[in-house]
Design a protein around this ligand. Sequence first.
Ligand code: ATP
Ligand code: MG
Length: 225
Amino acid sequence: MSPASLERPLTLALSKGRIFDETMPLLAAAGIQVPENPETSRKLILPTSSPNLQLIIVRATDVPTYVQYGAADFGIAGKDVLVEHAAEHPGGLYQPIDLNIARCRLCVAVPVGFDYEAAVRQGSRLRIATKYVRAAREHFARKGVYVDIIKLYGSMELAPLVGLADAIVDLVSTGSTLKANKLVAVEDIAEISSRLIVNQASLKTRASALQPLIDAFARASSQDE
Ligand code: ATP
Ligand code: MG
């Protein structure tokens, strides 16, 4: 390993929004503050109060990629994102620790009044709009339901309202977005929370810097329970 890589601060990859917000208390528990807010700063590399740690701000779905290639030593990503990433890129990520943040459920939701149970019983072929293609495909395969999956990148709630799909597979926390669009969750697929993922090489070569942070995160997140 080159001396330069030993001196570079540890890099933690995060997405802005709820994961950033809910990670701040975990960093605080490790004695680390972040002076700048990614919502207002345009910087994509944020220093922290520790000279040994910097943050990079990336799209939620890109966090595993930065960590897998070692551009970030570790990162925080939802289980939803990790499942989809693992399908496309087997191996390469060190076993995640559940941080118990950004908790929600992956659900099947349908328009209010649509009889999902009857459609399933009758063996109807269902059109499902989702960002979570792999999780959705596995769920319906387990149930023995024939589905056509339509991949979307956001605003899944719209799809059943305009006739693109019969149902959606999406993340739900309070259900208020579903309700605002006259949809209702009819089935839970998985409990989702965010995980700490670590680059395998970093875990070996930078253990003395990384391990205390990993331990502090694990302690702080289990105290939340
Ligand atoms: P964007 O909303 O900017 O298009 P995104 O949906 O990938 O991007 P977020 O909405 O910040 O990003 O979601 C990041 C992660 O937070 C998700 O991968 C998921 O694990 C979790 N999450 C998403 N929606 C909710 C929710 N309603 N409640 C709790 N956690 C959620
Ligand atoms: Mg979102």
